[in-house]
Design a protein. Structure first.
Lengths: 398, 382
């Protein structure tokens, strides 16, 4: 047992650290640090910089631009990226649809979509959830009827993150209404410009527009846009959801938040002294740091185990990454808000686009919106309650 | 980076795991506890024969040069068995003090005896008023010719009642809480003026109150005249070992509880089919795994020579272990219901052990305060 990184691993870490802190524009990294929303161009620019270095789709098969990295390298890559406040490559492209196409798509569909997906020439969004199908995803009802060489799609998706930016949407659609819920679902790629698609924003409690409703009204989709086999979409969805096991803990991002909290807590005063010197505040922060350190060690155990486990088998520790990681992220947004104090109050989103000076310190305006927004992280990607159901069944055998 | 055990570590783990599985079933443990010493003499011999008592010493001294990871492997297994024998007091505390404080000649004379099971050790340091402050020593040592005269009292000395020799700290100079001037002696408990009152602890182990009244020891028994740095390091190693033991105990509670949920039937079905209990079991699992991760961190950091970095890491681990153990222990009892309350059933004994471990060398809150006051674990990347 040797928990030190090897000299090669340290060299790799240093390369990653240097790259992320020099190649990605400071203006973009500042926005990530402050929790300010990125524009579509910000996301695409950052992704293309990564892609140009070959560091965008590291989790893909090597022939499609993936890296034959060790799991430790993947860990270091993610950790350094997050600590540098670099935007993660567009998750819908890189973590979700890309691996599904690479694994299950035809050669033709791979060639058509994978390079464009890697380079963010296509901006993807995910059409999974529906108004009646959240945690019970397999009950989804959006249907695709085969008519000649087309599917006719009717129905509604919801919580579609960044649909307003998206060129394409990958959808779970029902192709066999007679089959058992899980067995009549297909995985379909749809051009957002197709007639019959309407996108309607949902404003979330932070005041932001991140998620949308997407309506499909007799949308004609060429049959060749089907990924893999008809009615096998549930398997592909499970593959997609099980794919990202370690990055989901967001340990690096939480480290960056802690560094920021410490920095800002030195600027804000509580009585005669900076807040960072208040023992009560110090202890609250230290308690989260302990949990985060434990999570980091847990993540490293999972990373180390990945090399040995047969594909598809899961280390019990991996299941806690999302549960714990999400709660830690939320606790840190709470602490950040506490650091800012009274100037969390002004709601300044309405000033966007005009030249009004910002009210209060420039780090204050996003603290409360970020806190409100981060309630989502224990809901999306399978709520923490669903995670517990999965762990109870798959790991504890209950 | 590599979390895999080496071949030697794997062999060590296999052998201690087998020992605990074969000879430390709950009913066997009850018998061991009833022996006069409060543990099994035969088991002590067996632990000796396996070579475990020489763990921290070099091969030339009859040991096998193990470090904190090897200690953690042993202690994790001992936690699963709730092992009663004075391994922690003799090898982790006593062996650690010998290795770090004793002269080469003393180490050469005593380590082989420890390794051969012929010298049981204990560490009398904590006092009534000192709580978790390792520098707080009011016992005094007064030089008198070629002797020292010791006066004071030592509290809750783990396995102090059966130890053959006892490390005692006493102040040679300085104020009560001064960092300097703490002497470390290794004394014979039969020395005139030394009394010890042995008793069982809540978790079924043994300890002693030791008083020193005009106790005259040889100046040769003084091992260090400025012992605090060594004591801090040995206690950090001891905490790392206790973290591993607690993880073993937590794992057993998790296993027992899961087994119970699968077999206990109410309302016509296994109670583990109820979602509320499933979710609570998952939260237990999370607590155990987070604790296991921090016990590993503690084992890795126990050898760190920078005392602040080491202490912060050890403190962080003790916080996590304390909190996880409290959660897992309380939930294990609750999920068992009435049977969890009975002394006849194992789960409560694990709960008692981890509860006492939280009190040893600083509870979770004490360590959290230390960590918080020293800047925490994470900062800006340089």
């Amino acid at each position: 047992m040797d928990l030190n990184f090897t000299p090669e691993e340290i060299a790799f870490r240093d390369e990653a650290r240097h790259f992320f802190r020099t190649a990605i524009p400071q203006s973009i990294r500042d926005k990530v640090a402050e929790g300010e929303g990125l524009t579509r161009d910000d996301m695409i620019n950052a992704q293309r910089i990564l892609n140009a270095k070959g560091w965008c789709t590291v989790n893909w098969p090597v022939e499609w631009g993936g890296k034959d990295w060790t799991s430790v390298q993947v860990y270091l890559y993610q950790d350094e990226m997050q600590q540098a406040n670099c935007p993660t490559p567009i998750a819908f492209n890189v973590s979700m649809v890309g691996p599904v196409i690479a694994q299950f798509g035809s050669q033709e569909i791979k060639e058509r979509f994978l390079p464009a997906t890697a380079n963010a020439d296509i901006f993807w969004c995910q059409g999974f959830s529906e108004p009646g199908s959240g945690s019970d995803l397999a009950s989804l009802r959006t249907k695709a009827e085969k008519k000649g060489d087309k599917y006719i799609v009717n129905g509604q998706k919801i919580w579609t993150t960044l649909a307003q930016y998206a060129d394409w949407i990958f959808c779970l659609v029902r192709t066999d209404p007679a089959a058992k819920a899980q067995e009549g679902i297909s995985f379909l790629l749809i051009d957002m410009k197709t007639p019959g698609i309407t996108v309607r924003p949902i404003i979330t409690i932070d005041g932001g527009r991140e998620v949308n409703e997407v309506f499909f009204d007799n949308v004609e989709v060429p049959a060749e846009n089907l990924v893999g086999q008809e009615n096998k979409g549930w398997d592909y969805a499970k593959f997609l959801l099980g794919n990202e096991r370690t990055g989901i803990a967001r340990v690096g991002a939480s480290k960056a938040k802690i560094a920021r909290i410490k920095e800002l807590a030195a600027l804000e005063f509580s009585g005669e002294r900076p807040l960072i010197e208040s023992p009560r505040f110090q202890e609250k922060l230290a308690a989260v740091e302990v949990e985060l350190k434990a999570l980091e060690m847990t993540q490293l155990r999972v990373v180390s185990d990945e090399r040995k486990l047969a594909k598809g088998r899961q280390n019990p520790a991996s299941s806690i990454l999302k549960l714990k990681g999400s709660v830690i992220q939320q606790q840190l947004t709470d602490l950040l808000m506490e650091v800012v104090g009274p100037y969390v109050m002004p709601y300044q989103r309405d000033f966007e686009g005009n030249n009004e000076p910002i009210i209060g310190p420039d780090y204050a305006s996003e603290a409360a919106p970020m806190y409100f927004n981060y309630r989502k992280v224990s809901i999306y990607g399978g709520s923490n309650e669903i995670q517990r159901n999965i762990i109870a069944k798959a790991i504890l055998g209950l | 980076m590599d979390f895999d055990l080496s071949e030697d570590q794997r062999l060590l783990k296999d052998s201690v795991d087998r020992l605990v599985a074969d000879q430390y079933q709950f009913e066997q443990r009850k018998k061991y506890m009833r022996e006069p010493a409060g543990y099994s003499a035969a088991m002590w011999d067996q632990i000796t024969e396996m070579g475990l008592l020489g763990l921290p010493f070099e091969e030339t001294l009859g040991g096998f040069g193990g470090g904190p990871v090897e200690t953690a492997i042993v202690m994790d297994a001992f936690g699963r068995g709730l092992v009663l024998e004075p391994y922690f007091a003799t090898v982790v505390l006593g062996g650690g003090l010998l290795r770090r404080a004793a002269s080469a000649s003393m180490l050469g004379a005593l380590a082989p005896k420890v390794a051969a099971g012929k010298l049981k050790l204990a560490f009398g340091h904590v006092e009534r008023q000192s709580r978790y402050n390792l520098a707080d020593v009011s016992t005094t040592a007064r030089r008198d010719g070629s002797n020292y005269v010791l006066d004071g009292a030592k509290s809750v000395v783990i396995h102090g009642d059966t130890a053959d020799k006892i490390f005692i700290t006493a102040r040679l100079s300085g104020e009560r809480r001064a960092a300097g001037g703490i002497g470390l002696f290794l004394i014979d408990p039969a020395t005139a003026g030394v009394t010890r009152r042995g008793y069982p602890t809540q978790d079924g182990q043994r300890a002693a109150e030791i008083t020193l009244t005009n106790a005259r020891v040889s100046a040769d028994d003084l091992i260090s005249d400025n012992a605090l740095p060594v004591i801090e390091h040995v206690i950090d190693e001891a905490i790392a070992a206790l973290c591993a033991e607690a993880v073993g105990a937590m794992q057993s509670m998790q296993d027992l509880t899961l087994e119970y949920l699968k077999t206990r039937k109410q309302f016509g079905r296994a109670i583990g089919s109820f979602q509320v209990l499933q979710h609570r079991s998952v939260d237990m699992l999370v607590a155990v795994e987070q604790a296991r991760s921090m016990a590993l961190f503690a084992a890795v950091m126990a050898g760190e020579e920078n005392p602040i970095e080491r202490r912060k890491a050890i403190s962080a681990a003790k916080v996590q272990i304390g909190r996880s153990a409290k959660h897992v222990g309380q939930e294990a009892i609750q999920l068992h219901g009435g049977i969890g309350m009975t002394n006849e059933y194992a789960v409560g004994h694990y709960f008692k052990r981890v509860t006492m471990i939280d009190q040893l060398y600083g509870d979770a809150d004490t360590h959290l305060s230390y960590l918080a006051a020293h800047g925490g674990l994470f900062g800006k990347v340089a």
